[in-house]
Design a protein around this ligand. Structure first.
Ligand code: GTP
Length: 594
């Protein structure tokens, strides 16, 4: 392949702005897919993606256009997968910025554009859905010019639905995006920008050759993982996988080595040849770190082993979530799991329930705190409130912060300020990107965003505001651990690390909730919320008056036994905490309600 004829690009678009539809049109127009085989959203392959209409796993495809080869590199469409987006962009020389002509640019798209600009990528902007009566391309072209400095008259107008303007867009891609650079005779360096696990072939990685040439019989060194692998197959996706003998500089394709562990072929990995290879890895490798944690427990304790197996299988496909066994007084045996973000958490949980048929209960999501204790220099990391060191020994607690970026119609700025302030956010900046729309930047604790911030934002702005975030370091905060005590015994699943100013609210909410759920016992049961031994809220479940035998008037012994027998059975699903019998269902309901 002649390097000057190659164009590598990603389409950057907000969810629902029409990336999949446009990709479908491109496949048709370039005759990559037989129109008879064309099914909608050809490139979205996972079921959950299809149902939720979001793209999680990057896919890439090679098409031909007027004697040129275009590699379309798909980027994941959600804020939790920012690192994967950055790796996909590292494989490109340009991007198509696709914006819904009836909506305008959204926060995440803007953030991805900034990323593209930082990486010196050429941006080809296009307004999509111009067939819609509500489309206002002039207005949104002006907005894009204003915020990104892309001249409004260079912005293309297309409809993925009708196909209008798609050929002009492909022409602009060829004209404006530069070809890749690289010498086929240099030592090999190729970038992995995505990997999936295939049941039959093992790990299949998407790669971009940066320097040198990759041959089908090469022995490879993975520079970051530090392993040696042999090529089983290399090829290109058209989108059908077609094997090839070699991939030269600038080319994008797939690589199979028979590797079984997807964690060994992460996004950002640099591949070279085992002999005479490159020694310096490509820039930008990061080990993605989980940011949000929760406990996952089978509702039926017998499903614990099934849960373990399912987690193992799921991890083959997703190296970015973590899990380790834990046990809880209230919930039994389960796993502490770590995720890149909330959506990631939801996806993993949903897949476990759906693909593996498990019924699960999740504890409230938590973040990772840095705790300094007396007599120790190093801070300890705590992602599970029940593992917090004793209050007396704690000198300081730091929590992770985010820089969030909200794009909103200007009439909602007031309500968004209120929301951010109530979540302990500090304003960093406000920019008017047009008279009607505002970009608001806040620094805010991750823990506050984890608690349904996104839903709150959407409902306060009728769905019009969009959100992007990036990690912004740790800072000390006035945090306390609130314990919930049942008859003076802490119930681990309900412990929480909370800002002091909100601890009373949490204590009151949880004690009230549990009072309603816990059945009466033979004695009064106090339910308390405590901060380091100090009680901040209390409710009582009053003793019940009659016991089971009271109705039996002493006489019939076999009837008595039957009743006792029955009672015993009922107790099987009971947890005993602080001498209190609690049906597990009560804990589950308490975690479910909010
Ligand atoms: P994600 O996969 O969630 O990122 O969405 P997407 O950006 O791929 O959007 P998708 O192509 O699924 O389109 C979203 C919705 O917009 C669908 O209902 C499409 O039918 C519709 N749509 C896409 N392109 C056009 C267009 O050019 N005109 C009109 N009228 N509708 C369009």
């Amino acid at each position: 392949v002649e390097i000057n004829k190659i164009r590598n690009l990603s389409i950057i678009a907000h969810i629902d702005h029409g990336k999949s539809t446009l990709s479908d049109r491109i496949l048709e127009l370039t005759k990559a897919v037989d129109p008879r085989e064309m099914r909608e959203q050809y490139l979205d392959s996972m079921d959950i993606e299809r149902e939720r209409g979001i793209t999680i796993k990057a896919q890439n495809v090679r098409v031909n256009w007027n004697g040129h080869i275009l590699h379309l590199i798909d980027t994941p469409g959600h804020v939790d997968f920012g690192y994967e987006v950055s790796r996909s962009l590292a494989a490109c020389e340009g991007v198509v910025l696709l914006v819904d002509a009836s909506q305008g640019i959204e926060a995440q798209t803007l953030a991805n554009c900034y990323l593209a600009i930082e990486n010196d990528l050429e941006i080809v902007a296009a307004l999509n859905k111009i067939d819609l009566p509500a489309a206002d391309p002039d207005r949104y072209a002006a907005e894009i010019e204003n915020v990104l400095g892309i001249p409004a008259d260079s912005i293309l107008r297309v409809s993925g639905k009708t196909g209008v303007g798609v050929d002009a867009l492909l022409d602009a891609v060829v004209e404006r995006i530069p070809p890749p650079k690289g010498d086929p005779n240099d030592p090999l360096r190729a970038l992995i920008f995505d990997s999936i696990y295939d049941q039959y072939r093992g790990v299949v990685s998407s790669i971009r050759v940066m320097d040198g040439t990759l041959h089908a019989n090469d022995r490879l060194r993975f520079l970051q993982a530090g392993t040696l692998q042999s090529v089983e197959e290399i090829g290109v996706r058209t989108p059908v996988q077609v094997s090839v003998e070699k991939l030269g500089p600038g080319e994008v394709g797939y690589l199979i080595t028979g590797l079984k562990d997807i964690g060994q072929a992460r996004s950002g990995e640099t591949i070279t040849t085992a002999e005479k290879g490159a020694t310096v890895a490509l820039d930008g490798y990061l080990h993605p770190k989980p940011m949000v944690f929760c406990g996952l427990y089978p509702i039926d304790g017998d499903e614990f082993e099934d849960l373990r197996e399912s987690l193992e299988k799921l991890r083959l496909n997703d190296a970015s979530f973590t899990y380790e066994p834990e046990s809880s007084l209230a919930l039994g045996f389960g796993f502490r799991c770590g995720f890149l973000g909330l959506l990631h958490m939801e996806i993993v949980r949903e897949r476990l329930e759906r693909e593996f048929g498990l019924s699960l209960i999740a504890t409230a999501p938590s973040v990772e705190y840095m705790v300094t204790v007396a007599g120790s220099v190093d801070a300890v990391l705590v992602d599970n409130p029940s593992e917090m060191p004793a209050a007396q020994s704690i000198i300081a607690i730091s929590e992770p912060f985010l820089k969030i970026n909200v794009l909103t119609p200007s009439e909602y700025t007031g309500t968004i300020m209120e929301l951010c302030q109530s979540r302990r956010g500090e304003m960093v900046n406000v920019n008017y990107i047009s008279p009607e729309r505002v970009e608001m930047i806040y620094r805010i604790p991750l823990a506050e965003v984890v608690m349904d911030f996104f839903d709150a934002l959407k409902s306060r702005t009728k769905g019009y505001a969009s959100l992007d975030y990036e990690a912004d370091g740790y800072a000390p905060s006035d945090l306390v651990k609130v314990d919930i005590l049942l008859n003076s015994t802490p119930v681990d699943a309900f412990s929480a690390i909370i800002h002091k100013s909100k601890s009373y609210d949490y204590g009151r909410k949880m004690t009230t909730k549990l009072r309603e759920l816990i059945p009466r016992q033979l004695f009064d049961v106090p339910i308390q919320a405590a901060v380091g031994g100090r009680i901040i809220a209390r409710e009582t479940v009053k003793a019940r008056r009659k016991d089971v035998l009271a109705k039996c008037y002493g006489g019939d012994i076999s009837r008595k036994r039957k009743l006792l027998e029955k009672q015993k059975e009922g107790k099987k699903k009971m947890k005993n905490i602080g001498r209190v019998e609690v049906p597990q269902e009560a804990f589950i309901s308490a975690l479910r309600l909010d």
